[in-house]
Design a protein around this ligand. Structure first.
Ligand SMILES: NC(=O)c1ccc[n+]([C@@H]2O[C@H](COP(=O)([O-])OP(=O)(O)OC[C@H]3O[C@@H](n4cnc5c(N)ncnc54)[C@H](O)[C@@H]3O)[C@@H](O)[C@H]2O)c1
Ligand SMILES: O=C(O)CC[C@@H](O)C(=O)O
Length: 535
């Protein structure tokens, strides 16, 4: 099966060649498309790869009936309707690391340019002038650099700032003290405290509700006199009108903006003529090296998502780390154990599951997010009407139906790679457990109190019966007569002569008629069927 990939914007060819090399991928490269044309064409594609110029709106995502993956050749995903993508099960993949150094270098290039008046100097030389006295500059050495956001770019800026002899202070409540220490950066107690001592204040945070307008009139007024403000993160983090007013009032030494609330910046924007404002047209990531890096990173991840269902690079699959391949068998157990628990409870009359509690052994703790998503998908499989139930949207779809989800690590499951799903609703509860060893096939090991040992393949039939002679034979004969091939038959009992449970793995489907016929057999008490979706 071939997948179609639409590439918009200017994505570096090195990454695109990796996509084009795959016979199962058909790549169409187009320039940045007008909104309406993109809307018209998107329905044909399984994936779209682009940069910040292409807006992946809710409307576009809803029109993209085949879309499985959005690849963003860069960091910021503020051009993508992330919630809608998650709801629809569309993977969002970005390239978070490849352009970090490019932004950090542009920071020093522009700040030094501003401090040494390089744009004015270059212009004066072009105009035949030789006036050195007007072009007196300032040094970075000894100045205090205040960094808001000590993530990838903030860290690279901090490291380089030491080489210039600057004092480096940062505000980032989400970063641990150890990271500050490792970077030799002093932690500011608050944003206000950082602002109060920053000769140069630079923003390296994502744009979100917390950071929009973070630096406004009040904050600009609290900077030391003649400070510099830099925004290379996203337009809107520094309030443009307040910045303009502060520059016009000569309250600041200057500012650098690489990003704008509306891009491209309109030709007659007052920012273009503001004093001491150095503007660049969103050039942070515009180096040959950075574009090659992000293009390769995103294209490899899009390829793996489409061809190998590897969603480990997808930012909307919650909280997975480590090897995706290593988690696959455990995700299969989680999904199938949940489907078994749901099927058995449904036959006991409990259809409205209210709680799903996942417990995992310590060796699977790194995969808690994807495993919980897999379990949620197992509960919803065959129950909800959607053509795109997957690891991306399973949790949000389950929660939207009022299902409470929880996950915890446990040493009491008997195996470091064990998985237990407990479903509950009303007074009823059922736990189904399994293991996903590294060196053998995944197995279901417990259904309720019964210990079983069965590989959950296409369909699992779960029977309870009186533990009396002849039941296994009668069940086997009935299934044989109905051409249902048994792959594994595992009988478990709690005590001789009491109740017993059979976990029967069969090839193909088991019809409702066959299930009812099984219930008619002497000594069979219940019969449940869990049909598993595609792996
Ligand atoms: N100009 C460009 O071309 C360009 C290129 C790449 C990235 N960017 C932008 O730069 C920004 C930073 O990118 P990054 O790769 O370093 O991201 P990152 O996720 O590595 O770092 C962001 C940091 O901000 C911190 N943070 C979040 N909210 C905060 C808050 N309210 N107060 C203080 N700190 C907060 C986070 O803890 C994190 O450490 C993003 O907005 C990204 O879109 C711009
Ligand atoms: O060049 C781009 O597409 C934007 C780069 C940058 O802002 C990013 O988010 O990675």
């Amino acid at each position: 099966m071939a997948y179609r990939v639409l590439v918009t914007d200017d994505v570096d060819p090195e990454g695109l060649a990796l996509l084009a090399a795959e016979t199962e991928l058909l790549v169409d490269e187009v320039p940045t498309l007008p909104k309406d044309e993109l809307l018209r064409r998107i329905g044909d594609y399984d994936a779209i790869v682009g940069r910040s110029a292409t807006k992946i709106s809710a409307e576009l995502l809803r029109a993209a009936k085949k879309l499985r993956v959005v690849g963003r050749a860069g960091v910021g995903v503020d051009n993508i309707a992330l919630d809608v993508a998650t709801e629809l099960g569309v993977a969002i993949i970005n390239a978070p690391a490849g352009n970090t150094v490019a932004v950090a270098e542009l920071f020093f290039g522009t700040v030094i340019g501003l401090l040494r008046q390089l744009p004015a100097a270059a212009l004066s030389m072009q105009n035949g002038v030789w006036d050195r006295s007007k072009l007196m500059g300032r040094e970075l050495k000894g100045k205090t650099l205040g960094i808001v956001g000590l993530g990838r770019i903030g860290s690279e800026v901090a490291m380089r700032a030491h080489a210039f002899g600057m004092t480096v202070v940062a505000f980032d409540p989400y970063i641990a003290d150890e990271r500050f220490t490792a970077l030799r950066v002093r932690r500011a107690a608050s944003l206000d405290a950082l602002i109060a001592e920053s000769n140069i204040l630079t923003m390296h945070v994502p744009l979100n509700d917390e950071t929009r307008g973070m630096i406004g009139k009040r904050e600009l007024g609290r900077l030391p006199a003649r400070s510099i403000v830099v925004n290379m993160a996203r337009g809107g983090i520094v309030d443009e009108a307040a910045l303009l007013a502060a520059l016009e009032a000569d309250q600041l030494r200057g500012a650098v903006l690489d990003v704008f609330t509306a891009e491209p910046l309109v030709a007659d924007s007052p920012l273009r003529t503001a004093p001491n404002l150095l503007l660049t047209p969103h050039l942070g990531a515009n180096t040959v090296e950075a574009q090659r890096n992000v293009s390769r990173d995103v294209c490899l991840a899009v390829r793996d998502a489409l061809l190998h269902n590897d969603l480990s690079k997808s930012i909307n699959v919650a909280g997975g780390s480590g090897e995706w391949g290593d988690l696959q068998p455990a995700m299969l157990v989680a999904r199938r154990a949940a489907a078994v628990a749901r099927a058995v409870l449904a036959d006991q009359g409990m259809r409205a599951v209210r709680r799903l509690a996942l417990r995992i052994g310590p060796d699977l703790a790194h995969g808690a997010g994807p495993l919980l998503a897999a379990a949620a998908a197992g509960v919803l499989e065959g129950v909800i009407e959607t053509d795109r139930l997957n690891l991306i949207n399973a949790r949000s779809l389950a929660e939207a139906r009022g299902l409470e989800l929880s996950v915890g690590e446990s040493n009491e499951l008997g195996h470091p790679r064990a998985i237990e799903i407990a479903l509950a609703g009303g007074m009823q509860q059922l736990a189904v457990a399994g293991v996903a060893p590294e060196d053998s096939k995944p197995r279901l090991t417990r259904i309720g109190q019964f210990h079983v040992d069965v590989n959950p393949r296409q369909t699992l039939l779960i029977l309870t019966n009186h533990d009396v002679p002849g039941v296994i034979g009668r069940v086997g004969t009935l299934l044989g007569e109905r051409k249902v091939n048994i792959a594994e038959y595992h009988q478990a009992r709690l005590a001789q002569g009491g109740d017993a449970l059979a976990a029967i793995s069969v090839d193909g489907a088991v019809s409702e008629e066959t299930r009812k016929a099984l219930l008619e057999l002497p000594d069979v008490l219940t019969a449940s069927v869990a049909h598993f979706g595609a792996e």
